[in-house]
Design a protein around this ligand. Structure first.
Ligand code: CUA
Length: 160
């Protein structure tokens, strides 16, 4: 009898532990998602007339600006490439990308990061990222955009 009670108690304790462990895993997962997605979740920050992207405003002069310790990059994704076609950043500095398209929908994915933006003509997408490792990062388009889609590749360089 006593022996049986012990078994039941152990069984209950195992279940309570399991329940608590699941709750802990859940909390950790949510915290992790918030941490990793938090600053790289692209947001639309405004609209621009897509027919004027190439001629007016900051996107007519795609560039990287350094402001203090941070960078701001204004990027045009077009059929079939990106402007500026080369970007350089110092490792460990925050980079804020503003991206739009003058023609059709494109993608802006930076390999080996969680930057993955859908670029819609006339929508200004914003995404921030801090590169923690130097090297070359490929930029690829992952929205089908026409005959040159597969060749719509660029790169950025993170310097030590
Ligand atoms: Cu641009 Cu696919």
């Amino acid at each position: 009898m006593e022996h049986q009670e012990h078994i039941i108690e152990r069984y209950e304790r195992a279940w309570i532990f399991f329940g608590l462990a699941m709750i802990a895993v859940f909390i950790i997962l949510i915290a992790y998602m918030m941490m990793t997605m938090g600053n790289t979740n692209p947001v639309s920050t405004g609209r621009i007339d897509p027919t004027k992207v190439r001629t007016e405003g900051v996107f007519a002069n795609p560039r990287v600006e350094q402001i203090g310790d941070e960078y701001v990059a204004y990027i045009q994704a077009f059929s079939f490439g990106y402007l500026p076609n080369e970007m350089r950043f110092k490792v460990g500095r925050k980079v804020t990308f503003y991206i739009t398209a003058p023609d059709v929908q494109h993608g802006f994915q930076v390999e080996h990061t969680n930057i993955n933006v859908q670029v819609i003509p006339g929508e200004i997408a914003k995404v921030s990222y801090t590169f923690s490792r130097p090297g070359e990062y490929r930029i690829i388009c992952n929205e089908y955009c026409g005959i040159g889609h597969a060749n719509m590749i660029s790169k950025l360089v993170v310097e030590p």
